[in-house]
Design a protein around this ligand. Structure first.
Ligand SMILES: [Cu+2]
Length: 486
């Protein structure tokens, strides 16, 4: 009797388990059921969408089923730094440029909450290229400061899509940073990779020239003429360089979600020293393999994937190359791990590719519209000088002024520098070539002329002379002018 009871219990438990397994396989199966049309994919449950700031992306959707997805996005107009000493008032989706990354899957029903912060000055809206509907949502989302608009849409097409503000003047809202990416993953998700990052290019138009200090207002005429002062990844010069570089380890697979907000330029996206194993062309289904440079239209995107095989610093650029080295379109991927002499045997040197000579090819500043801000007192000269050093000299002479033996002479404790101020001014103004001896070592290379104003040369040389054990001279704009007019 006792034994029998046990038996039935075991049988029941066994049957129960089988039913459970059967049921759960049904549930799993449902997510792989083929629907003729993604519009028929049912949703159950509700979920708050995870939103991330660049260069990060939310967790992959994996095997999750379609859901009602609540997206809560807040528009913020806020001042940020374009590059050392240059401020810009950005208009943002979620506080960053590009805006928060939104990750969905086909079949999701998105309930979109667009909030316009009460401190903002202007109305905005959102046009998501992933939407099938009038204005991509723009018509239903026009929202005044201090208000919230809610609209919903079903995600039908897989791919990587741009979203942007579409409030008049549309070009100006986009030029101020109002764009981001929304990813729609296919059924079952994208294939797993080791690292995923979010990068978006944008062109910026300021009243002053590249590097002119202070708050720089938007310049409508330059925007109409399509002549940007800055072309950058993730909203500012150096947003992804140095300590902010993205990272990976040797052997890992990397997926970059790359967008182009424009408003004007198309991007020839390239990673120096890497080949894209796979590119989802224009963010769609078409996959191209073994690609060197992929074209990303304004208002478009691409997914690029590659395996990193050797350690080093890989430079991400818009291969319209003046934009990279003179306007900021340069980011870094730092890869750590074991060298592989078969794949690459060369010497690895870090830091050579930083934007050199911010304004090398532009004329001195006096033709700009905005007034140059002059440094007052030694402390401010040092501060301004440090910014100029970082954007103009650091690439070659290094952050510590130590230079690189055999290529770039040191500025730290440099006997050559300290011996003659006018000569140093002359070198910065006109460049230098031919053999010189610095601290007992010979250099024979080329330094290009730096197109800096008298004020800027005086600041940067004052910074150099008052750093790294140098002779603490103060260089004035008058001294620079005298050498310039010699
Ligand atoms: Cu707007």
């Amino acid at each position: 009797m006792k034994l029998n009871l046990k038996k039935t219990l075991v049988t029941k438990m066994f049957l129960g388990l089988v039913t459970l397994a059967f049921l759960s396989s049904c549930i799993n199966d449902q997510s792989y059921k083929k629907y003729n049309d993604t519009v028929d994919i049912p949703v159950n449950q509700e979920m708050i969408a995870e939103l991330t700031s660049p260069p990060n992306v939310p967790t992959p959707i994996g095997k999750r089923m379609a859901k009602k997805l609540i997206v809560d996005l807040e528009i913020l107009e806020k001042e940020g730094e374009m590059t050392g000493g240059v401020k810009y008032v950005y208009w943002t989706f979620g506080g960053t440029v590009p805006g928060s990354f939104i990750r969905t899957r086909v079949g999701d029903e998105v309930e979109f909450h667009l909030k316009n912060h009460p401190d903002n000055k202007l109305p905005h809206n959102i046009d998501l290229h992933a939407v099938n509907g009038p204005g991509g949502g723009a018509e239903s989302s026009f929202v005044a400061p201090g208000h919230e608009k809610v609209f919903s849409f079903k995600v039908l097409n897989p791919g990587l899509y741009v979203y942007h503000c579409a409030t008049a003047p549309v070009g100006m809202h986009i030029a101020n940073g109002m764009y981001g990416l929304i990813l729609v993953e296919p059924e079952g998700g994208l294939s797993p990779v080791d690292k995923e990052y979010y990068i978006m290019q944008g062109d910026f138009y300021t009243e002053g020239n590249y590097g002119d200090r202070g708050v720089q207002p938007f310049d409508m005429q330059k925007a109409i003429d399509e002549k940007p002062d800055y072309v950058v990844f993730n909203g500012s010069v150096g947003a992804m360089t140095g300590d902010n570089a993205i990272t990976a380890k040797v052997g890992e697979t990397v997926r970059l979600f790359v967008g182009n907000g424009g408003p004007n330029l198309v991007s020839s996206f390239h990673v120096i020293g890497e080949i894209f194993d796979k590119v989802h062309v224009e963010g769609g289904d078409l996959i191209n393999e073994n690609v060197q440079t992929t074209l990303i239209p304004a208002g478009g995107a691409a997914i690029v994937e590659f395996r990193v095989d050797v350690p080093g610093t890989f430079i991400l650029v818009d291969h319209s190359i003046f934009r990279a080295f003179n306007k900021g379109a340069l980011a870094m991927l730092k890869v750590e791990g074991e060298k592989n002499k078969t794949i690459y045997s060369g010497e690895i040197r870090d830091g050579i590719y930083l934007p050199e000579g911010g304004a090398i090819q532009s004329m001195p500043k006096d033709n700009g519209k905005s007034e140059e801000i002059k440094a007052v007192g030694l402390e401010e000269k040092m501060k301004f000088g440090k910014d100029i050093y970082a954007s103009t000299c650091l690439a070659c002479h290094q952050a510590t002024g130590a230079g690189i033996e055999g290529a770039f002479p040191p500025l730290a404790k440099s006997d050559y520098l300290n011996a003659d101020v006018d000569r140093a001014i002359d070198i910065v103004l006109h460049g230098k070539t031919g053999e010189i001896t610095v601290n007992g070592k010979k250099y024979n290379s080329v330094m290009t002329a730096q197109a800096l104003s008298d004020e800027e040369v005086s600041n940067v040389l004052t910074y150099v002379y008052n750093s790294w054990g140098n002779s603490k001279k103060e260089v004035t704009p008058e001294m620079v002018k005298a050498v310039r007019n010699k």
